[in-house]
Write a protein that binds this ligand. Sequence first.
Ligand code: FES
Length: 119
Amino acid sequence: MPNPKSAPILLCKLADLQPTGAFNAILTHRDKDLDLIITMDPDGTVHGYHNVCPHIQTPLETFPHEFLDRNDPSLIVCSTHGARFRLSDGKCLSGPCFGQSLSPVTVTKRQGEIFLLPD
Ligand code: FES
C-alpha cells in the first residue's frame, strides 16, 4: 500500500506557467512550509526549486511568479542582487553566489498538471 505521506502533491496546472514562464507554489507538507519555484524548459521538462537564493537565503522574486530573466528565459534571476541560475539545473552562472545552486525538488507533469514527488 502506498504511503500517503509520499503521494504526489498537486502544485499547479501547466497553464499557470503561461503568464511569466514560472509559478510560485506555496504549501505546507509534513508540518513544513514549502515555497517553490516551478518552471518548464522549451522541451517540456519541468523543474522545481526551493525559492531560496543561496546568497543570503531570501526569496528570489519581487513580483508574484516573476522569476525568469526577461532577456534570457533560460535563466532564473534573483531580484535582490541579480544572481542568475540555469533553469535546467539551478546552478548559479553569475552573481554573488556564482557556482552555488538552487535547491531542487522532484516534480513531474501528468495530464496538464504538475506534481511534487515528496522524498
Ligand atoms: S540574495 Fe540573491 S543574489 Fe543576493
